[in-house]
Design a protein around this ligand. Structure first.
Ligand SMILES: O=P(O)(O)OC[C@H]1O[C@@H](O)[C@H](O)[C@@H](O)[C@@H]1O
Length: 302
């Protein structure tokens, strides 16, 4: 099993990429990645968890709760937790699987980064099962001669100015499973999604590109994905926000989770097979015209 997690930036040329190992909250190790033009990202080894992604101007693009605990075994609230080998409660494991509360390590000899990405700074993190993990989920993610099945999500918390001003394009008219209605299947009606109450939906067989438009910030996130057919959209709204110890009462107004995922049809790997699930996020000015879902073209021409 292989999972790729790359946050691209606008860097175009020269100075060598850098990544530093630093101490983060509560002494936990984190990787800091910087691109030549100033954008940066932080990834905690705990959970293989991206906790920060800043643009060239230093503005934070991901949401992390002011109440996030950074205390194992609790998963960090915000950023991009990795839900593996189980999404949500779709199985017998703990909610969202265990990858988000295990310690990952840096792969010292990573495979080459794909040439079609603009990103120059990157790190490959690896998670291998411990003996304890093998007891609850007896599958090796690497060389076990047996097929195994899992579900997955890059549980991405985007930072938005005001949830009531946000629109999501690319999911309209699709079927979804509604976690708020016993995972029953419905069809999304109408236009782009907007938000005025709690939402917890798994959109099925979605396009590979989804746009999240933040009118107030004049910013559009473009989420591109491969190997991950579904997309989860989650906002806890006021009541659930109040019920979560690691989430501020009003913080639901400033976040939206849009998660590249494989939930409806679990993935089965046979011996020797590899699976890649890739999510790429870009942030572009909202002068970007919806329908023209090619952030690289927008970036290059701006
Ligand atoms: O509190 P957790 O375990 O991080 O999960 C947060 C949410 O994650 C979302 O992806 C799920 O669809 C929700 O049902 C869930 O409430």
């Amino acid at each position: 099993m292989s999972a790729s997690e790359k946050v691209p930036s606008l860097a175009s040329s020269a100075p060598p990429p850098s990544f530093e190992l630093r101490k983060g909250a509560n002494g936990l190790d984190k990787i800091v990645l910087r691109e030549a033009r100033g954008s940066s990202a932080e990834v905690y080894l705990y959970g293989g968890h991206v906790t920060s992604w800043k643009n060239d101007h230093g503005a934070e693009l991901l949401f992390v709760s002011s109440k996030a605990a950074f205390k194992p075994p609790k998963a960090i609230r915000g950023g991009i937790p990795i839900c593996f080998p189980q999404f949500g409660s779709h199985g017998s494991l703990e909610q969202h699987g265990f990858a988000r509360n295990r310690f990952w390590r840096v792969d010292p000899v990573p495979p080459p980064i794909p040439t079609n990405t603009l990103s120059k700074a990157f790190v490959d993190l690896i998670l291998k099962p411990s003996e304890e993990d093998m007891k609850i989920w007896p599958q090796s993610f690497e060389f076990r001669l047996r097929a195994f099945t899992f579900t997955f999500a890059y549980h991405t918390y985007l930072s938005v100015s005001d949830i009531s001003e946000v629109r999501v394009e690319g999911l309209e008219t699709l079927d979804y499973l509604d976690n708020l209605q016993n995972k029953e299947r419905f069809t999304e009606q109408g236009d782009a999604l907007t938000f005025e109450s709690e939402v917890d939906k798994i959109y099925l067989s979605t396009p590979t590109k989804i746009a999240i438009l933040d009118h107030e910030k004049k910013r559009t996130f473009v989420l591109r994905k491969d190997g991950l057919p579904d997309a989860v959209v989650w906002n806890p709204w006021d009541k659930k926000a109040k019920a979560m110890a690691d989430f501020g009462d009003d913080e639901y107004k400033h976040m939206l989770c849009v998660e590249a995922a494989a939930v409806e049809k679990p993935i089965t790997l046979k011996p020797g097979e590899e699976w890649k699930g890739r999510q790429e996020l870009s942030a572009v000015p909202s002068s970007y015209c919806s329908g023209q879902l090619d952030p690289q073209r927008v970036l290059q021409s701006s």
